[in-house]
Design a protein around this ligand. Structure first.
Ligand code: MOS
Length: 744
């Protein structure tokens, strides 16, 4: 493990990590000085507006291109008849993060909202008006947009190539010999990312070099993907993504309108900007598909789970596959000596779904936690006692991570803070005025993947440093947390660290996704810093003029911009070592990735407790208290981590009570593709939310002990709210978001 960190006795994690520093880019953001992609205004920029299909299935029979072209200010109208070709077919799967894109390759309409033409004009207004003038005629075909009318198909794989089905043990025998059985069905709804910053791109060709400003969660990977589809070398592309106004997974993947904009910029030899309107984001940029989940839990007389069977039916598009791995939420959270998880795909005339904050885990956890409460009730046990009885560490075959002890602490912390102990077991026992009050809980869990990252760390003559990696900050505070880790790798104060990031000419920081960005890019930065310090230490310990001379065996420690002997109290400043060696700088390099096959299951954990107030006449649900305790390894920045956890939990309120994209089943179009109709929680919906972190040292997850906090908050929370609603009303929610009319 030391090898992986290049520490060689020279450095250790110092004082920056662990501090609740405010965001380094906070002032830029709150003053509006932080540039987003659509803020780019290169000289002579043109504006592109796509026309979105108004039917869900069929073909475009006619477009009034003449009318659009005649509109003042219009430069060019792109349709399948004249769109420049890509170097690769848009169906090509060059890596697992590519889904089929609409680049006007034919006249087919595969979903409502699909781009079917693009107008480029001198002004946004002209492009918008001309797109309207295209007035398409369609040959519509019958469409399918819901789980019920979608077409079943066989699949072996889920999102990211995970296997669709898994079985452990003999289900039939377990079922026959168990004394208690519970079957639960829960549906979750389609959700769209609705980042504050809608998707945008500004593209400019400078000679044969392409410069693009576009928010992106996977800068290095996306550069490769753009290059492949454009038929140019990756080095010809500069992708800038200094600030991302929220991504949630939707900005980790490419979509067709980005490529169209780039093609237009090349075709017209002028910069082109394309910024999707809120409604245009619905369809081509991914979404969370709806699920219908059925869980069967078998138990013995004591209430111990003997078998867990979790099936998911979910939707994908008619032309590509991304299936929510919801049933996999049952893989390792509870002890289930016999386990079966299955998934069934259906095709509908919708855009291809994609990763959305806790893909698979969010809907899967929602259903699993409802099922756990039903099972607890059947066993006659308090929901918390039932979970403790069936804690995964009671069954070694469950593959529980090293941190099962930490999860027990999460339960205790959050339950204590919430005051769970006094909870009546029967529903409808508590009131606040005329409102019904209920308490519920859910367990949170999220895996700890790592990707591949690289970084540079350069110590300068004055003892300051510049660190470089292409890390994406989508609002989570990566630029601050990663700089904290870099400072510790270098053994200097964070104020002396210049953090260069957010564009593709820098070493690849990997994907800001999967809750693995801090661990992955952080490890690369730490290693780069350690590499620089090691070179510095070699210089000093071999230089007779240094007070560190001869300390090579005992080693030295880097701290506060100085190297300190481990064998006595002498030290020397970085700038002095560099000056005497006649060097302006020392550059270290580092990578971050998981080394070898994991020896332990690796997860962050948590426990969430919810209190709801339900209006008995109107069925309206309010979350009055939400308390979560999370164990997520080493917390690099407690303020930012708390913020991430709160954000995830508040997303859970939305998923439980509000968020739902609805199609008009007659037209297949969305009826609520705006923030007036698509409800997300506001402050008033989340009056009291508390996130606590529980100390956890996990020596297996990675050398720095870092887990993720970005996605776990939504897990556990949805189920906790659903269970609290049952406790208030006696009605077990069968669907999220919970509709008021189902409670009265
Ligand atoms: Mo995410 S869905 O890992 O950006």
């Amino acid at each position: 493990m030391d090898d992986m960190l290049n520490t060689q006795g020279h450095v250790r994690l110092g004082s920056s990590a662990g501090q609740p520093l405010t965001r380094r880019d906070g002032i830029l953001k709150v003053t509006g000085a932080a540039p987003y992609a659509a803020d780019a205004r290169p000289e002579g920029v043109l504006h592109a507006v796509t026309l979105a299909a108004g039917i869900a299935r069929g073909r475009v029979a006619r477009l009034n291109t003449a009318a659009a072209e005649a509109h003042p200010g219009v430069v060019k109208v792109y349709t399948p008849a004249n769109v420049p070709a890509l170097a690769l077919s848009p169906d090509e799967k060059i890596h697992p993060f590519v889904w089929r894109m609409e680049v006007l390759q034919d006249d087919r309409v595969r979903y409502a909202g699909q781009p079917i033409a693009m107008v480029v004009a001198e002004t946004l207004e002209a492009a918008t008006e001309a797109a309207r003038l295209l007035a398409p005629d369609y040959e519509a075909e019958p469409h399918r947009v819901t789980l019920d009318d979608a077409e079943p198909f066989d699949t072996e794989t889920l999102a990211f190539g995970r296997p669709a089905n898994m079985t452990k043990g003999d289900l039939a025998t377990a079922r026959a010999t168990s004394s208690r059985h519970v079957t639960t069905q829960v549906e979750t709804s389609a959700q769209y990312h609705n980042a504050m910053e809608p998707h945008a791109i500004t593209a400019q060709w400078v000679g044969d070099r392409l410069e693009i400003d576009t928010p992106n969660q996977a800068i290095g990977l996306s550069k490769q993907t753009f290059a492949a589809f454009l038929g140019i070398a990756p080095e010809q592309i500069l992708l800038r993504s200094p600030f991302i106004g929220g991504g949630f997974g939707s900005k980790a993947i490419l979509y067709g309108a980005q490529l169209l904009t780039i093609l237009a910029a090349r075709d017209l030899d002028r910069p082109v900007k394309m910024a999707l309107r809120r409604d245009q984001v619905y369809g081509p940029t991914g979404h969370r598909a709806p699920t219908r989940q059925t869980l069967r839990i078998d138990m013995d007389d004591m209430g111990r789970i003997t078998a867990l069977d979790h099936d998911t039916i979910t939707l994908t598009s008619s032309f590509d596959e991304f299936l929510e791995s919801a049933s996999n939420a049952s893989h390792s959270l509870y002890a289930a000596p016999v386990l079966r998880t299955t998934h069934h795909g259906r095709r509908a005339d919708v855009g291809t779904p994609g990763p959305m904050r806790a893909p698979g885990e969010a809907p899967g956890s929602a259903a699993l936690e409802i099922a756990m409460d039903e099972a607890a009730r059947a066993a006659g046990l308090d929901p918390l006692d039932f979970r403790l009885l069936n804690h995964a560490d009671t069954d070694p075959s469950s593959g529980m991570s090293f941190s099962s002890k930490a999860l027990r602490e999460c339960y205790a912390e959050a339950a204590g803070r919430f005051g769970w102990a006094g909870r009546p077991q029967e529903p409808r026992q508590m009131r606040e005025g005329r409102l019904l009050k209920g308490w519920g809980m859910g367990t949170a869990q999220f895996p700890c993947p790592m990707f591949q990252a690289a970084a540079h760390a350069t110590l300068r003559a004055d003892g300051s440093a510049v660190v470089e990696t292409s890390a994406a900050d989508m609002g989570q505070g990566a630029w601050t947390a990663l700089a904290q880790i870099a400072a510790d790798g270098l053994g200097i104060d964070i104020d002396r660290v210049e953090f260069r990031s957010g564009h593709s000419d820098l070493p690849d920081a990997g994907v800001a996704g999967g809750s693995g960005h801090t661990a992955t890019a952080g490890t690369a930065l730490f290693n780069a810093g350690s590499d620089a310090v090691r070179q510095l230490a070699d210089l000093a310990t071999q230089d007779p003029a240094s007070p560190l001379f001869g300390a090579g065996n005992a080693g030295v420690t880097a701290r506060s911009g100085r190297l300190w002997r481990n064998d006595d109290d002498r030290s020397e400043a970085y700038e002095d070592i560099l000056a005497r060696a006649g060097l302006d700088l020392i550059r270290g390099e580092g990578t971050g990735a998981r080394e070898g096959e994991p020896t332990h299951a690796m997860f962050s954990h948590g426990a969430v407790f919810a209190e709801v107030l339900v209006d008995p006449d109107l069925g309206q649900v309010r979350v009055s208290r939400l308390i979560g305790a999370f164990a997520a390894g080493r917390i690099i920045n407690p303020a930012l981590a708390r913020s991430q956890l709160l954000g995830g939990m508040i997303w859970g309120i939305g998923m439980a009570l509000q968020e739902e994209a609805l199609h008009d089943i007659r037209t297949g179009r969305f009826v609520n593709n705006d923030l007036a109709g698509y409800h997300v929680p506001v402050n008033a919906d989340a009056p009291m939310v508390e996130a606590i972190t529980v100390h956890e040292d996990d020596p297996f997850v990675n050398a720095l002990g870092i887990k993720g906090v970005g996605e776990i908050g939504v897990t556990g929370t949805v189920g906790a709210i659903g269970n609290a609603v049952w406790h208030a009303t006696g009605v077990r929610p069968g669907r999220f978001p919970i509709h008021p009319e189902t409670l009265i």
